[in-house]
Design a protein around this ligand. Structure first.
Ligand code: ZN
Length: 685
C-alpha cells in the first residue's frame, strides 16, 4: 500500500492529480509514527548535541511531513469534498497532538539547551542561531521548563482556556442565530438595493414564512444599517446586534439563551493572567509580546495613544460633517449609533460618485497579473514565467520565479471562485527554502483568490478592491519566495514576528494606487484604454473617507484589548465594562449607548489568536506605510530602495529581529507619520 501512496513518495512538486482521500490518513499515520520512532532513536544516540546531529534531522523530518501535508491542507481549501474533509479533520487532530508532544518533549528541550551553550553555537550562522533561540522560546511557552506540579496546572489552564474560547464563539453564534425579524411589506425595507431585498425574501423562504426576513448575519445586518430608510428598524436591529451574547441577548423563551459571555470573559482573563505568571511573566500582555516585534507593553500603549491623539481632530471633523449632512437630509434629533452607516453611505456616494463596479471593465485579470509581475521585476529584478505542472484545476497557473536567469522559486496561482473552494484570499507555503543533503530546496507558494471567473468571451474583470487583494497576497508570496535563508524554521515567512508579518503584503498594495502603475495594470477590456486619471483621483479621495474615525475605532478596540490584559489585578479585577468605559473616555469621539456590549462578541480576542495582540493590525500598517514612504521620497521604482527592501526584508525571513531589519532598510526606527499622512490624518500633506 505505502509504495502506491503518492503522499509517501518523494516528488519535487505535489502530485495533485494522483492524491486521493484514501491516501491521506495512512500517509499521515505512517509519517508520524516514523518521526516519533526516529526522534527517540536520535536522542538515545545523541551524545553532545550539534546542529548536524540534532537540528538537521528534525528539520528534515518536519519537511517530509510538511511536504506531504501541505497539498492535503491546500486541497481541503480549494477542492473540497466530504471524503477529503473527513480525512483532513482526523489528521488535523493527529498533527496537533504531534506538535504538542514535540513542544513539551523534555529530552528534546534538554538537547536544544545543550546545543545553545555548546562551543559550536557561536560558529553557527545567524539563521541557525535564531532558529535555536526560537525553539527554546517556544519550548518555554509550551510549559516544558516548569516543575511537575506547575506543569499539571499549566495543562489544566490550557485546556480550560480552549474550552472557554469554543464556548465564547458558540455563544456568539447561537445568540446571533436566535434573532430574526419578519416583515410583511417590502416598503418596510425601502432604500435597500434589489439584491438585498431578494436576500431578505430568500431568508423568509428558507425559514418557511411569508414576507421578508432580516437576520444578524453580516450581509443582512450591514444592508439594513447602510440602506434602510426606516430608522426604527435600524435601531431595533442595532440593539439586537450589539446585545448579542450579553444578558440582554434576544431569546425566544426562557429555556434558551441568553448565551451571556460576561462570565466567560472574567474566567478567561483570570486564567490567562495565571498562565502568564506561571511562565514567569508579569501579565498576559507581556506573554503576548514574547513572540512579537513590539518589545514592551509601554511601547504598545504609547503607540496606540499617539495614533489616537493624532486622529482625534480629524475624527471630530468626520463626525461633524456627517451630522451636518444628516441634518440637511432631514434627520430629526441627534445622530445616533444606528444612523452612522446609513448617512455615511449616502455621504460617500454623493461626495465621490465612484463605485467599485464601475472600475471592473478596466481591470481584466490577465492584464492585472501581467502588470503585477512587471512591477515585481522593476522593484526586485525578478522574472516570472508560466510553466506546465500537475495542478488541481484547469484554471490554475504555475509559474517560475528567476533572478539573473536562475530559478529561485515557484508558485501556483488559483484566481477564480468556484464550487467547493473556500472564500477569501490567502498565500500559503507548499515548499520551504532550505538546504538538504541533496542540495538546495527552492520555495514554492500557493496564491489563492476568489475573483469572478471569465464568462463566455468576457474575461474575468476585477474591481479595485480585488486588485489590491492580489497585490497583498503576492507581497506575502514574495516574502516566502525571495528568501535567501536556508534554515526552514526561519526561512521565508517562518519565524517572522506576527505583528510584522503583514509588512510585505500591505507594502506592495501601495503600488496599485499609484498613477505610474495604473497604466501597467489596467486596460479596458473593450477599448484597451487605461483607467482614466479622474477615476483614479476619485478612487484615491474615497480611500480616505472617514479614515480618522475608522482609525480611532480600531485604536479603541486595540487599547481595550491591551489594557484588559496589561492591567489585570488578581485581588480586585476591574470590571470589563469599566476598562472599556475608561478607554472610550480617553479616545472615542462618539461613545456608543450603554446597552452596547460589543465586548461580549469580540471573538478576535476571546475566541481567536489576537489576545493582547489586536494592536498588530495598526502596527503592521505603520511599518508598511513607513517603508513605502522611502519610495515616495526616492521614486516609486527607485532601484536602490527596491534592492534594499529585497536584501533587508524579503531575503531575511525570520532570521533576524523584525526591528533590526526594518531599521536597516529605513535607516531609522519606524514612526507613524507616513500612515497618518496616507490616511489624510494629522495635518500632514
Ligand atoms: Zn495578509
Amino acid at each position: 500500500m505505502s509504495n502506491a501512496n503518492p503522499l509517501l513518495q518523494d516528488h519535487s512538486l505535489p502530485p495533485f492529480s494522483q492524491i486521493k482521500p484514501e491516501h491521506i490518513e495512512p500517509a499521515v499515520d505512517q509519517l508520524l509514527s516514523q518521526a516519533r520512532a526516529e526522534l527517540e532513536q536520535q536522542l538515545e544516540n545523541l551524545g553532545q548535541a550539534t546542529w548536524d546531529n540534532l537540528v538537521e534531522p528534525i528539520e528534515q523530518r518536519d519537511d517530509v511531513i510538511n511536504k506531504a501535508w501541505s497539498p492535503i491542507g491546500h486541497l481541503n481549501g480549494v477542492q473540497n469534498s466530504d471524503e477529503l474533509r473527513e480525512a483532513y479533520n482526523s489528521c488535523v487532530v493527529k498533527l496537533s497532538q504531534y506538535s504538542t508532544e514535540m513542544g513539551q518533549h523534555q529530552g528534546l528541550y534538554q538537547a536544544y539547551q545543550n546545543l545553545a551553550v555548546s562551543a559550536e553555537f557561536n560558529q553557527l550562522s545567524q539563521a541557525q542561531q535564531q532558529s535555536i533561540h526560537h525553539a527554546l522560546r517556544n519550548f518555554r511557552l509550551a510549559g516544558v521548563a516548569l516543575a511537575d506540579d506547575k506543569k499539571a496546572r499549566f495543562a489544566e489552564i490550557k485546556q480550560a482556556l480552549s474550552k472557554l474560547s469554543t464556548q465564547f464563539s458558540n455563544n456568539v453564534m447561537d445568540a446571533s442565530q436566535a434573532w430574526y425579524k419578519r416583515l410583511d411589506e417590502v416598503n418596510e425595507l425601502q432604500g435597500l438595493p434589489e439584491s438585498q431585498i431578494a436576500g431578505a425574501k430568500a431568508q423568509a423562504e428558507a425559514k418557511g414564512v411569508d414576507g421578508y426576513v432580516i437576520t444578524l448575519d453580516i450581509p443582512s445586518y450591514l444592508g439594513v444599517m447602510q440602506y434602510a430608510e426606516n430608522r426604527k428598524l435600524r435601531e431595533e436591529l442595532y440593539r439586537a446586534y450589539v446585545s448579542r451574547a450579553s444578558q440582554n441577548s434576544f431569546r425566544l423563551d426562557e429555556d434558551q439563551g441568553p448565551w451571556d459571555n460576561s462570565g466567560l470573559i472574567e474566567q478567561t482573563l483570570a486564567l490567562r493572567h495565571e498562565l502568564a505568571l506561571l511562565l514567569g511573566f508579569n501579565h498576559y500582555a507581556e506573554l503576548s509580546l514574547a513572540t512579537k516585534m513590539a518589545e514592551a507593553p509601554e511601547q504598545v500603549v504609547s503607540f496606540l495613544q499617539q495614533l489616537a491623539e493624532k486622529s482625534r481632530t480629524g475624527a471630530k471633523q468626520d463626525v461633524h460633517e456627517l451630522a451636518t449632512f444628516a441634518a440637511a437630509k432631514g434627520l430629526v434629533g441627534e445622530l445616533q449609533a444606528w444612523d452612522l452607516a446609513f448617512y455615511s453611505e449616502q455621504l460617500k456616494t454623493e461626495k465621490y460618485a465612484v463605485s467599485q463596479e464601475q472600475l471592473r471593465p478596466y481591470f481584466p485579470a490577465a492584464k492585472v497579473c501581467q502588470g503585477l509581475f512587471a512591477v515585481a521585476k522593476k522593484l526586485f529584478g525578478i522574472d516570472i514565467e508560466q510553466q506546465e505542472a500537475d495542478v488541481w484545476h484547469p484554471d490554475v497557473g504555475f509559474y517560475q520565479v528567476s533572478r539573473n536567469g536562475q530559478a529561485v522559486a515557484y508558485f501556483y496561482l488559483d484566481l477564480y471562485a468556484r464550487e467547493h473552494k473556500r472564500g477569501g484570499a490567502w498565500m500559503d507555503e507548499c515548499r520551504v527554502r532550505r538546504s538538504t543533503e541533496q542540495g538546495l530546496q527552492l520555495p514554492v507558494a500557493y496564491l489563492t483568490c476568489n475573483f469572478t471567473p471569465p464568462l463566455g468571451d468576457k474575461p474575468s474583470l476585477l474591481n479595485h478592491n480585488e486588485v489590491t487583494t492580489l497585490f497583498h497576497e503576492f507581497g506575502h508570496g514574495l516574502h516566502h519566495m525571495l528568501t535567501q535563508v536556508e534554515v526552514a524554521a526561519v526561512s521565508g515567512i517562518n519565524g517572522v514576528a506576527w505583528d510584522a508579518v503583514e509588512l510585505p503584503s500591505q507594502f506592495l498594495e501601495n503600488w496599485c494606487w499609484h498613477k505610474d502603475v495604473i497604466p501597467m495594470i489596467s486596460e479596458h477590456f473593450e477599448t484597451a484604454e487605461a483607467l482614466p486619471d479622474d477615476l483614479l483621483d476619485k478612487l484615491l479621495a474615497a480611500k480616505n473617507f472617514q479614515s480618522a474615525m475608522q482609525m480611532l475605532r480600531q485604536v479603541e478596540f486595540a487599547l481595550f484589548d491591551f489594557s484588559l490584559h496589561l492591567n489585570y489585578q488578581v485581588d480586585e479585577p476591574l470590571p470589563v465594562q469599566a476598562v472599556l468605559d475608561q478607554v472610550r473616555q480617553e479616545v472615542a469621539v462618539m461613545v456608543p449607548p450603554s446597552f452596547n456590549k460589543f465586548q461580549n462578541s469580540f471573538s478576535h480576542i476571546f475566541a481567536g489568536g489576537y489576545a493582547a495582540g489586536y494592536y498588530s493590525y495598526k502596527w503592521a500598517e505603520v511599518l508598511s506605510a513607513d517603508a513605502f514612504s522611502r519610495f515616495e521620497q526616492e521614486g516609486i521604482f527607485a532601484p536602490a530602495a527596491g534592492q534594499d527592501f529585497l536584501h533587508s526584508i524579503l531575503e531575511q525571513g525570520g532570521s533576524r529581529e523584525a526591528m533590526a531589519l526594518f531599521t536597516e532598510f529605513r535607516g531609522r526606527e519606524p514612526n507613524t507619520d507616513a500612515l497618518l499622512r496616507h490616511s489624510g490624518i494629522g495635518g500632514g500633506n
